[in-house]
Design a protein around this ligand. Structure first.
Ligand code: 28F
Length: 636
């Protein structure tokens, strides 16, 4: 048989070659993150089949060789010859770039990973991929290697089931690592299950003996998601409030419940994709609840006539909420293209939440009273904090922006060049002030442990000296008033001792940043300094080691003998200014860890802080034993 390439095939090869040449363009990166994206792309296709109403179970397995198998019980990808392409539809799905929803009849592709590029990209980036389809009583199979067809679609058996099974092995030529992380998949698949009511997702790790298996199945959907997020907190009332509706062809679902903490944990999703930067759907939600709470408070005299309206921050104190919308043509804006721009989404969410929340409060007056009273308390605390600040300001006779006395500021005024070191303790602060490069490095020493913002209300937080000092030094303001353009330093560097106390202080600081100015972290301005653990001296030469492994390596090079003088640093205070400069502050030589939010799993970060910093001791112990994941080593 002649095996000539037609125009179609050439186009296909060029398309998939482009994916292999520039994988980052299609899946974001070739790091561990990109590796996991492959799974989400395939799972998302199965989720689409579930959203279309034809699939109820998805099985995901990590196989022994780190290949992945995804099985659904949907209709099975069509196998008939695709009219335009002249090949089976399934081959179109796996070999033509962006084949996604464009070929489908009717419905639209709603779910989809960050890049929503589909099965052909996974195929192009896999050493091999096999698809098996059960449909019309038959089982069909096709295999590809690095995106290229190995054999034509063939019938391999009979069946009375329907569905699609895909197995792929990520290409080690493409990815930095090809080892899957069970927990990463677990968190994401659990989230997908919460967002897709009644869909059952099984996850198996076949690399373990016995096989590790988890099932995610939530009849209550995002209602159960809210309960899950609040599971280590104390809710103010037992019901989860739920609103659902459709407007302008946009499906809207909202679930919320207040807890006795002072923080907001709201997560928004568009077509099952997390939108950490929010956008129109989030804006619509926020204006709706602020308005509904104020209206209810006024009508029922829970706010006195002369009292101010509740602010957005007041109405969201202790709020846990999920906003999930499905929209046909989502437009993403902003730097990272993660902010929903469709203005019709705003009015859809605002309209539905306003109507249904108003009704809910009227029907549940005792819950309404709890919510509004809490918001009124938050408002009073906020006003008290403002008054306290005003008094402090007047007694100081200086303007509101007066920089804190302990701050040794830098002379350069260009924020991009400037950095601020937040230093544990006055003595290390003193060394850092001596050591620093005055033009661009500012030093703010902190005394002892800083306030745990996870356990205090805003009025207590804003009178805390250390917190006040940081807020004024950074210049950005907090919460609703946060303005990144006012940031006075491009890098905010936490410098604490390399011991348990130091780690605790760093966590307290990160908690404060995450709760009050999360954009600082999101936009990559927050860093952890890495002081060395050891100093090794030999024959008047000096080495610094930042870990035990590194010390071992150095010792291997220089030889283990009696001329070695090894010093273990117990704290920054043991270093003289010159050593501190050389090892930890000199931009040419230091190591900085940039703090990042794993946006894929943001609801877990929230849990991380709550678990580490909240009141309940048991979950905290478990967590410390299990992992420590909110800091990523990106910038060395
Ligand atoms: C393990 C991953 O990918 N499941 C899928 C379907 C079902 C249909 C479909 C998919 C047809 C031509 C685009 C079936 N019957 N699991 C999956 N299940 N795709 S992907 O159609 C795709 C279109 O090209 C399907 C009738 N209509 C659609």
């Amino acid at each position: 048989m002649a095996n000539e390439y037609g125009a179609e095939q050439i186009q296909i090869l060029e398309g998939l070659e482009a994916v292999r040449k520039r994988p980052g363009m299609y899946i974001g990166s070739t790091s561990e993150r990109g590796l996991h994206h492959l799974v989400y792309e395939i799972v998302d296709n199965a989720v689409d089949e579930a959203l279309a109403g034809f699939c109820s179970v998805i099985d995901v397995s990590i196989n022994e060789d780190n290949s992945i198998t995804v099985v659904d019980n949907g209709r099975g990808i069509p196998v008939g010859i695709h009219e335009k392409a002249g090949i089976p539809a399934v081959e179109v799905v796996f070999t033509i770039l962006h084949a996604g929803g464009k070929f489908g009849g009717g419905g639209y592709k709603v779910s989809g990973g960050l890049h929503g590029v589909g099965a052909s990209v996974v195929n192009a980036l896999s050493e091999w991929l096999e698809v098996e389809i059960s449909r019309d009583g038959k089982v069909y199979r096709q295999r590809y290697e690095r995106g290229q067809v190995v054999y034509k679609l063939k019938e391999v058996g009979k069946t009375d089931q329907t569905g699609t099974k895909v197995t792929f092995k990520p290409d080690a030529e493409i990815f930095d690592t090809t080892v899957y992380n069970f927990d990463t998949l677990k968190v994401r698949l659990r989230e997908t299950a919460f967002l897709t009511k009644a869909l059952k997702i099984n996850l198996n790790d076949k690399r373990q003996d016995p096989v590790v298996e988890r099932t995610f199945h939530y009849e209550g959907g995002i209602k159960e998601f809210v309960e899950y997020i609040n599971r280590h907190k104390d809710p103010l009332y037992s019901k989860v409030i739920y609103c659902e509706g459709e407007k302008d062809n946009i499906l809207v679902e909202v679930a919320l419940q207040h807890n006795d903490s002072f923080n907001e944990s709201t997560y928004s999703f568009v077509n099952n994709i997390n939108t950490p930067e929010g956008g129109m759907h989030l804006t619509g939600f926020r204006s709706a609840i602020t308005k509904v709470f104020n209206d209810y408070a006024r009508t029922n005299k829970l706010l006195k006539e002369k009292e101010d309206n509740l602010s957005g921050d007041d109405s969201r104190e202790g709020l846990t909420a999920i906003i999930s919308i499905k929209i046909e043509d989502p437009q993403f804006e902003g730097q990272t293209k993660q902010k929903l721009g469709n203005s019709e989404a705003r009015s859809a969410v605002e309209g539905i939440v306003t109507e249904q929340m108003t009704y809910f409060l009227e029907q549940n007056p005792s819950i309404a009273k709890i919510i509004i009273n809490e918001a009124v308390l938050a408002q009073r605390a906020r006003i008290a904090a403002r008054k306290a600040r005003d008094v402090a300001r007047k007694s100081n006779l200086s303007d509101s922006m007066a920089l804190p006395g302990k701050l040794a500021d830098c002379s350069d005024k260009n924020p991009e060049k400037c950095e601020i070191y937040i230093v544990e303790g006055d003595s290390a602060g003193g060394s850092a002030k001596t050591a620093r490069s005055r033009a661009t490095q500012a030093i703010l020493p902190l005394r002892g442990k800083i306030l745990n913002v996870e356990k205090a209300r805003i009025d207590k937080i804003l009178v805390n000296e250390e917190i006040k000092a940081m807020i004024t030094a950074f210049g950005t303001g907090i919460h609703d008033n946060f303005d990144i353009s006012k940031l006075r330093y491009g890098k905010i560097i936490i410098m604490t001792d390399a011991d348990v106390d130091g780690a605790h202080i760093a966590t307290l600081l990160l908690t404060f940043f995450y709760r009050f100015m999360p954009e600082l972290i999101r936009q990559g301005h927050v860093y952890l300094a890495q002081p060395p653990l050891y100093k090794l001296e030999k024959n008047r030469k000096v080495w610094y080691a930042y870990s035990d492994d590194e010390l071992d390596k150095i010792l291997k090079e220089v030889g283990r003998d009696t001329n070695n003088k090894i010093q273990r640093y117990k704290g920054l205070g043991e270093m003289d200014p010159e050593q501190l400069w050389e090892t930890t502050m000199d931009p040419e030589r230091r190591i900085l860890l940039r703090v990042a939010i794993d946006e894929e799993n943001e609801s877990e970060i929230d849990l991380t802080f709550n678990t580490l910093m909240g009141d309940k001791v048991e979950p905290r112990r478990e967590f410390i034993e299990a992992n420590a994941k909110f800091v990523k080593n990106l910038d060395i």
